[in-house]
Write a protein that binds this ligand. Structure first.
Ligand SMILES: *Cc1c(COP(=O)(O)O)cnc(C)c1O
Length: 375
């Protein structure tokens, strides 16, 4: 069986350094917020090009910390995409705010700025919710259209919380990198993400000192800056484990090279699969970190079946759009509300994607797909 994401191969490249890093933490006796966490935060901020980075326990907690620091809650609207992982709208609902969806662009699978503005206008006209923030997602590793989205946020006086849980390191035409593209950027270090640790982890990024301080407070039960037993707001216990910080410090050394390798893997897929399936589109000026490689084909089920027979794993991201999930039913959306998203959900599938995927395996995958679509 070829792996969907080859974390073992990556581990074999850094095994000694990772084990030494973990041993250092164990020997030090500092298991919570040790020096590794501070060192990692410094490296993360440097890589992303933000003033501040704050490591935390998951991408979901990163989103919650951003929302809580912005004091978003009941009566507030947060605009997001219906084509994402559930944690995106879930975080909005968990703070008591209302997720408001708008459709995606067919080319990039990301938030469509025109539809976003229509959704904002509709909420303003209805007069029930206060538009507070936009939460775009850098889906499958490609940054959303922040030039347009940030301009819209400015026009309506809203904040932008970038869900870069799949996009860490993605480059946009302005030259900046995810997760530095909104007011607060959030990422995940879940093992399968482009930069993953060996458990759960995440981080928030910002240039804004006040928001940074508030997020630090939220990270540790809403403590005050001076005294950890003076709790001035409700917060979380959302710290990153020191052991995971040690792992990430070693993985960061490989990461820039891995982003390059991912470009080569994606380019090979593009060549081998041309004419067989609808390929993902990366717009000019953007660099995707290829968290996933997701083409579309109406016979995806037959393709997946044939791949399985050939011992090749595949997946589907995301078969049910957010507005049609049971947990979001109370929002009152219905099938047909976001036709571009629904059409994508109907025929998209995901192929193995990682930096160490070789051309031979990609050719084999393409041959199986060709056998299905050419009959
Ligand atoms: C993975 C993911 C999250 C959540 O990250 P966790 O670390 O698993 O909590 C949020 N949003 C998107 C788009 C994701 O892919």
């Amino acid at each position: 069986m070829i792996p969907f994401i080859d974390l073992k191969k990556q581990y074999s490249l850094i095994e000694n350094d990772v084990l030494a890093g973990i041993k250092r933490v164990l020997d030090s006796g500092h298991y919570i917020l040790g020096s590794e966490v501070a060192e990692l935060e410094k490296q993360l901020a440097e890589y992303a090009g933000t003033k501040y980075a704050l490591a935390c326990s998951s991408g979901t907690d990163a989103l919650l910390m951003a929302l809580m620091a912005l004091e978003i809650g009941p009566g507030d609207a947060v605009f997001t995409t219906p084509f994402t992982f559930f944690a995106t709208p879930e975080s909005i609902a968990l703070v008591g705010a209302t997720p408001v969806f708008s459709d995606i662009e067919e080319t990039t699978y990301n938030m469509d700025p025109v539809k976003l503005e229509e959704a904002i206008e509709k909420v303003i006209k209805e007069g029930k919710l206060t538009p507070k923030a936009i939460m775009p997602v850098d889906l499958f590793g490609q940054a959303a259209n922040y030039k347009e989205i940030n301009a819209i946020a400015k026009k309506y006086g809203m904040a932008v919380i970038e869900d870069a849980c799949q996009g860490f390191g993605a480059v946009c035409p302005c030259g900046k990198k995810a997760p530095a593209l909104g007011d607060i950027g959030c990422t995940s270090f879940f093992p399968a993400k482009p930069l993953g640790c060996y458990g759960d982890g995440g981080a928030v990024f910002t240039d804004n000192e006040e928001l940074y301080k508030k997020m630090y407070s939220v990270l540790v039960h809403g403590r005050s800056a001076e005294d950890k037993y003076d709790n001035v707001r409700l917060g979380l216990n959302a710290r990153l484990d020191t052991i995971q910080a040690a792992v990430l410090i070693e993985k960061m050394k490989l990461f820039p090279k891995e982003v390059e390798l991912r470009q080569e893997v994606a380019a090979a897929y593009m060549e081998e699969l041309a004419g067989l399936v609808t390929l993902p589109t990366i717009l000019p000026g953007y660099t995707s970190v290829w968290a996933q490689f997701c083409p579309r084909h109406k016979d995806y089920a037959k393709i997946q079946e044939a791949l399985k027979e050939a011992d090749i794993p595949s997946a589907r991201y995301y078969p049910i759009p957010m507005h049609l999930l049971g947990a979001m039913k109370y929002l009152g959306y219905k099938k047909g509300d976001f036709p571009v998203t629904e059409a994508c959900a109907d025929d998209i599938f995901a192929l193995p994607m990682h930096p160490y995927l070789d051309r031979e395996t990609i050719k084999k995958i393409a041959a199986v797909i060709a056998s299905v679509v050419k009959g």
